[in-house]
Design a protein around this ligand. Sequence first.
Ligand code: MN
Length: 389
Amino acid sequence: MKLGNSAAATDPGRRRRHNEDSYVCEPPVFAVADGIGGAQAGEVASGLAAAALRDNSGDGDGDMPGRVDALIQEANRRVYQRQAADAAVSGMGTTMTAALVEGDHVWIGHVGDSRAYRIRDDSLEQLTEDHSLVAELVRSGKLSPEEAEGHPQRSVVTRALGTDPDVDVDTFQIETKPGDLFLLCSDGLTTMVDDATILAETGRNRDDLKAAAKALVRAANRGGGEDNITVVFFEIVGDEDHTVSLPPQQEGTDDDEETLDELDRVSVVETAEEPEPPPRRERSPARRRALLSAVALIAVILASGFAVWGLWHSHFVGAEPDGHVAVYQGLPWNIAGNLHLYRAVYVSPLQAVQLSEPERKKLFDHSLRSKSSAFAAVRRYENQIGNSP
Ligand code: MN
């Protein structure tokens, strides 16, 4: 077994002016990094982390888990030192999900909410666990995976490079077989498209990984493109694959789609038939409009009822998109995508990453509180962190 083709694509998406994602696609090293921090600091952070990986990936001493950990520790050190030294980028950070291929093994190093997947036999397996507030709430049973999907605070990470001199890195090994396709991506992909779409777009473009990467970026933009989108693909092929002789191609065929190249021959073995997109159910336009307006009306009535009750009576503790702990008045839900039922009434200097996981579990328990109890809970942690050296 050996490393086959690889490809990457990145895009700012449709809502952001800057692209704060960075990636590495330099076989045998692959990574995505999603920068955190306003005013372009996120770009600096993810760029520094990616550069550290490129500079140091050749250092081949020690066992593999140690090497992967050391690579990411070095990336963390560079981001940490820069943000500590430069007020303009103070507080910046970045996620990093990296893969190192050595022999028959793929090693993953992971911090944050970017993800690694393995695609095998037309199924998508998530290899990494998100280090995010919402993922913690799901793991502790406070939120269902469905509730997490549209959650307003789904992008708040609980572990990142750059916030501390040392970082806790998840490192592990993944077994592979010929035909496996690995996907690294930032949350700008996974919050905008579902697993079925990732599989369908990848399957359609399995013979051209660059086209597959671009197709995923397009799908994320179709889904809203609310965040920067980055996709890195690499595949594992059999040792003998490059020596297989191809049948002579017929002259004069104008059907490019049918032309097999070396990679097609490999993937045909492993890739199941491309799934047909589900047939669309047709409704008459008039019935559809009537149905839609009825649904919209019910949604508005329900939402107003909840909003009136919720906005006046409840508070909860959460975190702003930049990671700062905050007290919100209202209900911790979004309706219809971007319509909020809450507003921040207090943003703390405290950041979610400064708390331990048990502390976060207590603070962000997602329950509704009175205003005074929400403030008291946040102040308690502010004092603790403020008093510690
Ligand atoms: Mn992102």
